[in-house]
Write a protein that binds this ligand. Structure first.
Ligand SMILES: [Fe+2]
Length: 164
């Protein structure tokens, strides 16, 4: 982190209307870091505060090492739940996610690409996916209305066809 000192306090400026900078950020203007090998999740982070972070997954080049595997690795997020809103495009690591769906992976629960997604990703050059993730630092509380519309067998989507 680098200190940046303004010459004048922004609240003292004539015409200041009180908003906090930056008050809006379009993910269409976001250009995440890409690399030869798989970059860690923080390259997608667009906002941070004391209670959660927001990551934006936008169209980008995949890892470009000749032997790179673009699919993300399996992992457990021990710091937070992961709430992912799939906005648009093809979600390479998922087999049966549709636009508009939201997934919730509770903190600590191992998860990763669906069966076949790792193999499918090899040789792919770029993604057009658009998704937004919220990582809250306290467990997400699920409403009764959300329970009514949940995909009951989502947890089985990691099983091979012959295991369901
Ligand atoms: Fe995750």
């Amino acid at each position: 982190m680098y200190p940046y000192v303004y010459a004048n306090h922004p609240f003292d400026v004539a015409g200041w209307d009180g908003y906090h900078y930056p008050y809006i950020f379009s993910i269409f203007n976001f250009e995440p870091i890409t690399g030869r090998i798989h970059m860690p999740p923080p390259i997608h982070q667009t906002f941070e505060n004391a209670n959660f972070v927001i990551c934006s997954f936008v169209p980008r080049l995949y890892d470009y090492h000749p032997e790179a595997i673009p699919a993300p690795y399996h992992h457990s997020n021990i710091d937070s739940d992961e709430l992912l809103y799939y906005v648009d495009g093809d979600f390479m690591s998922r087999n049966n996610i549709e636009k508009g769906q939201i997934t919730l992976h509770p903190g600590g629960l191992p998860h990763g690409p669906h069966p076949g997604a790792i193999e499918r990703s090899i040789g792919k050059k770029e993604t057009g996916e658009l998704a937004v993730m919220i990582d809250p630092f306290a467990p997400v509380m699920i409403t009764e209305e959300a329970v009514k519309i949940q995909v009951e067998d989502y947890y089985k989507s990691w099983l091979e066809e012959n295991e369901k």
